[in-house]
Design a protein around this ligand. Structure first.
Ligand code: ZN
Length: 504
């Protein structure tokens, strides 16, 4: 059964006559039952004609009743096409329509569908303009019957395509097709004959078609869809034939691409080197350091996941000369279009071990596969988080233990930090208020002490120590009434409780 209803008859007949394929007719009649789409085309067209014929047959009989006896001269029969005839399916000659002269030839597979351009005829995204034209006409026709139609009522060509092909794939591969699968096959069709069909839209809706770099044509799918939403129905009807005429050629498959949704891997890293940038450090195309945290982590990951590319992100970052100790800094990696996608906990642990054995400059823990959404947590509320540091500080003046003790008593010290000079080339100039929650000192010698700080995330520690030419107020130098500088800095902890710790 085709799942077509009585109300669909007029529309179906009109579309069929104009050269719309049977599957597109199902779409425009809003048939959501998937099985009819998958019928062999000849069966489908026969059933469709049967559905329409009964009605018209009825009308014809009524007309003919007024005439003399004998067979109706407007005989309805199945056309023999190279797809075979309907004869084996019921064989009754009254099945199909062949109305005299004034109606276009039977709609069979040899005529390219004026809506899907043959995609659904040969199993297989449509020309939006043509679809719009067909939709307007269907809407008008439904309007005449007092029925309303929304664009959403039409089955998307992509859906119909899936309904047809999924069972075929399932059969051929012996696997269940999961419509929510992360593995995606995209089929790109091209139809040069109707390429120019949408060009008139640019004269009606010029603001939808603005040239941008990187785009080969202004007639992108998004732009056309937007213009079609904007254009007045009357304007469209004036410019474009409804229904569209039958094209000469069918569209061709341009390419088939298989891809898998990205996989996200997260963990925490320690950095033990003061000569290792977080990401490759390249100035004017020239590499400044041999390696980076990113590369040390990604090399083993990419070797196993065989992804096309990756995106590395982390909860903040440290300077090249800053170590990250303690439990490490949370990071996440998006592996784009991975070729291997199934991993056990043990597999991931092995990758972690491989990363850790490959270098003594970094160490990774809690490596795990996470969801895309979870990665968002890492960046959430980053400003409110706290970070702990330890810094080795040099002072110009001689110091004794009692000279630094006052720092231990300072709580919730408020700083005004102007954007540091060293990052001014990439960050806007602003004054940010940051909080040093607590400090603890450890005397080293007459010119050195160690300072442990717990701060609001985003505090510039180096600038808090040396003052950045007065751009951070107050600073260690101003508080101690001397010149101070920072010799070493370590991140002791990044208080982001993600990803969850594992029992490594
Ligand atoms: Zn079609």
């Amino acid at each position: 059964m085709l799942a077509l209803k009585e109300k669909d008859k007029v529309v179906a007949q009109m579309l069929l006559t104009s050269g719309t394929c049977a599957r597109c007719i199902l779409r425009f009649c809003g048939v959501t039952l998937q099985s009819p789409y998958g019928l062999p085309y000849k069966d489908l067209i026969c059933e469709l004609r049967e559905f329409l014929a009964l009605d018209i047959d009825e009308e014809l009989r009524l007309e003919n009743d007024t005439e003399a006896d004998g067979p109706p001269n407007k005989k309805i029969r199945c056309e023999d096409t190279e797809e075979g005839s309907c004869d084996q399916r019921g064989g009754n000659a009254a099945n199909l329509l062949q109305l005299d002269g004034n109606v276009s030839p039977p709609n069979d597979h040899s005529r390219t569908c004026n809506v899907c351009l043959g995609i659904l005829q040969e199993f297989s995204d449509a020309d939006f303009v043509k679809r719009h034209a067909a939709w307007l006409l269907v809407k008008q026709e439904m309007g005449k019957q007092g029925l309303s139609l929304q664009k959403e009522d039409i089955i998307q060509i992509k859906e119909a395509y899936k309904w047809i092909t999924h069972p075929m794939f399932a059969d051929a591969l012996g696997v269940q097709v999961d419509p929510k699968s992360e593995f995606e096959v995209s089929v790109v069709y091209a139809h040069p004959e109707t390429d120019g069909d949408c060009h008139f839209l640019a004269t009606k809706c010029p603001d939808c078609f603005k040239a941008t770099k990187n785009k080969l044509s202004v007639f992108t799918r998004m732009a056309v869809v937007k213009a079609l939403e904007k254009i007045k129905e009357e304007d469209f009807l004036k410019q474009f034939p409804c229904l569209p005429s039958s094209p000469e050629t069918r569209c061709d498959v341009l390419e088939i691409q298989c891809s898998h949704a990205a996989i996200f891997v997260a963990g925490r890293y320690n950095k033990y080197s003061r000569n290792l940038p977080q990401t490759p450090w390249i100035i004017d195309g020239e590499r400044k350091m041999d390696s980076s945290v990113e590369e040390l982590i990604l090399e083993p990951l990419m070797a196993v996941f065989k992804a096309d590319s990756f995106n590395f992100s982390s909860s903040g970052r440290e300077d090249v000369d800053v170590r990250t100790l303690g439990k490490g800094r949370p990071f996440a990696v998006e592996l784009v279009n991975p070729r291997k996608v199934k991993f056990t906990t043990k597999d991931i642990k092995e990758i972690q071990q491989e990363i850790n054995h490959s270098s003594d400059k970094i160490k990774v823990r809690d490596l795990q596969v996470v969801t895309r959404d979870a990665v968002g947590h890492m960046k959430e509320g980053e400003e409110e988080k706290t970070k702990c540091y330890s810094a080795l500080i040099w002072t110009e003046k001689f110091i004794q233990r009692e000279d630094i003790a006052f720092l231990d008593d300072m709580k919730e010290l408020k700083l005004d930090q102007k954007t540091p000079l060293r990052v001014l080339h990439r960050r806007p100039l602003a004054v940010r208020v940051r909080i040093i929650h607590t400090m603890r000192t450890e005397y080293v010698d007459e010119h050195h002490f160690r300072l442990y700080l717990k701060t609001q995330a985003g505090t510039y520690i180096k600038e808090f120590v040396h003052g950045d030419f007065g751009r951070t107020q107050p600073n260690i130098g101003s508080l101690m009434k001397t010149t101070a500088d920072i010799l070493q800095l370590d991140v002791e902890s990044v208080d982001v409780d993600w990803p969850p710790p594992l029992n490594d």
